[in-house]
Design a protein around this ligand. Structure first.
Ligand code: SAM
Length: 326
């Protein structure tokens, strides 16, 4: 009991710690290069970002004219941001926002006379922040991981385009999977090791083999477990997965599930090209998913609503898909 409680506390601490993962410019550039055409004449909203430190703000302000943006709005939540990176904490109960319309400035960062304070703390769910959301076209940020479900559901509620960073596990959340299944959201280009790492504050313990301090003195962790989630079209959604394997003649490699009429496929590249029925594939399939090639049927569960099993054993979570080209 006591151990359980401790584990829960540790998990909670770990979760809220990833709320303080700050995105690096190189990872933003690496993903955003694939979406440039979407931004013409658009209002971009970064609603979990302090414009003084956010590399999302930096990216959009620096590329404002190249992207032909209409406006960049950056809103900062103060309650959690105080003390990070040694900013003074005098005005710290109120959140604030900054609007940038591409004016020539010596530095793109706002000065204290240019920011507008909210009456409240700038929580992305607050009416003041939602007002800014309503006026925007595309939301781009890395939101707090612990509020990811709520964050995405608000974007869907207000029918916004988005490109955001989340944890790979988010795919398995019921609400997020539903969006993916219905083709209302999909994975971006970079995933896992494709996102090089996050800057963490001074008080954050550096863990993992790739944890480091970079040449600018930034403390970096590389969790290798993040993805970009978006509803902006990408070239990747239109590329077929190249299929080379055959089911017929190799049936033993593709066992049938006990509780669903379908076969198990252990790796995306092993999806057989000649199988018309349902196939269970690993969740990493979603990184290569082309909705014209495959249809997503269901996640994880068989007809009895228990985890998909083979001879009583459950392989790791599977997504049931069908080849649409038959
Ligand atoms: C994962 S960090 C990312 C920060 C920044 N977007 C970036 O990518 O560098 C999440 C940020 O959301 C802020 N935050 C936490 N809860 C929030 C809330 N309810 N509303 C708005 N921002 C929040 C945190 O203070 C933190 O700065």
């Amino acid at each position: 009991m006591a151990r359980n409680a401790t584990n829960k506390l540790l998990q909670k601490a770990k979760k809220s710690k990833s709320d303080e993962f700050y995105t690096q410019l190189k990872d933003i550039e690496s993903e955003l290069q694939h979406y440039k055409a979407h931004f013409k004449d658009k209002v971009v909203f970064c609603n979990c970002d302090d414009p003084r430190i956010s590399q999302f703000f930096n990216y959009f302000a620096s590329n404002f004219h190249e992207l032909s943006l209409k406006k960049l709005v950056t809103a900062c939540y103060r309650k959690q941001a105080r003390n990070l990176f040694n900013f003074n904490t005098e005005e710290d109960e109120n959140g604030f926002f900054f609007e940038y319309c591409g004016e020539e400035k010596q530095y793109n960062k706002p000065n204290s006379t240019e920011i507008v304070y909210f009456n409240g703390d700038g929580d992305f769910r607050s009416s003041e922040s939602i007002e800014l959301l309503k006026q925007s076209d595309i939301v781009v940020t890395n939101p707090p991981f612990s509020l990811f479900r709520e964050y995405v559901s608000q974007l869907v509620k207000y029918d916004k385009k988005f490109l955001i960073i989340g944890n790979i596990n988010a795919i398995t959340y019921k609400e997020i999977f539903k969006l993916i299944k219905e083709n209302k959201a999909w994975l971006g280009i970079n995933l896992g090791r494709g996102i090089s790492g996050f800057i963490v504050p001074e008080h954050y313990e550096l863990y993992g083999t790739e944890a480091r301090i970079d040449s600018l003195g930034n403390r970096i962790v590389s969790p290798n477990n993040c993805l970009w989630l978006t509803n902006l079209d990408t070239f990747k959604r239109h590329e077929d997965i190249v299929l080379t394997k055959k089911y017929f003649g190799n049936e033993a490699e593709y066992p049938k599930y006990d509780n669903y009429d379908g076969i198990n496929v252990d790796r995306t590249k092993n999806i057989p090209l000649d199988y018309k029925g349902a196939m269970g594939v690993p969740i990493t399939f979603l990184h290569k998913f082309n909705p014209n090639q495959f249809e997503i049927i269901k996640f994880r569960k068989g007809d009895d609503e228990k985890d998909l099993s083979i001879n009583g054993k459950c392989p790791y979570f599977r997504i049931l898909i069908k080849n649409k080209r038959f």
